[in-house]
Design a protein. Structure first.
Length: 155
């Protein structure tokens, strides 16, 4: 079954939901889970100032949120295009499942700009489980807002 699970996180409420679902699946299957944060890099430029610190803080908060003595949880930070890095990580690590949040960008906006979850589900070699927030629940970025620095400039 799904013993080795990859959960890309970005600090959004959608990724919190994905992390909880991924952790529950991993525990039920006596498996392991990896939280992956991807720092976007644009062309040859370095990551924006503070983006690495934000990533570390998000991984730490997410790890605390799902930590359990019954679950092996690893964290990793990577750099590049999020969809490409997620698929590369899943393939390299031979993950059984990717669990990630979807913000439900659809219609014309979704087709024009695309989405990370859409790209990953199209490119991944393993199953991808997309989670969503309940209807009428807006993203509040509670994890990022709980970090005691001014990183919410990246929202």
């Amino acid at each position: 079954m799904f013993k080795k699970i990859l959960v890309p996180v970005d600090g959004s409420d959608s990724s919190v939901t994905a992390a909880k679902v991924g952790a529950e699946l991993a525990m039920k299957n006596e498996g392991s889970l990896k939280l992956l944060y991807v720092v976007r890099q644009y062309l040859a430029q370095d990551a924006p100032v503070g983006a690495v610190e934000l990533g570390k803080a998000v991984l730490e908060k997410m790890h605390e949120l799902i930590a359990s003595s019954d679950l092996a949880v690893e964290t990793e930070m990577a750099y590049g295009n999020p969809a490409s890095v997620i698929v590369f990580t899943a393939n390299k690590g031979e993950y059984d499942l990717i669990v990630m949040g979807s913000r439900g960008i659809g219609g014309l906006t979704g087709s024009l700009i695309g989405s990370v979850s859409q790209s990953v589900s199209n490119l991944a070699n393993c199953p991808v489980l997309l989670t969503r927030l309940s209807k009428n629940v807006a993203e509040e970025h509670k994890i990022i807002k709980s970090i005691p620095t001014d990183y919410n400039i990246y929202l």
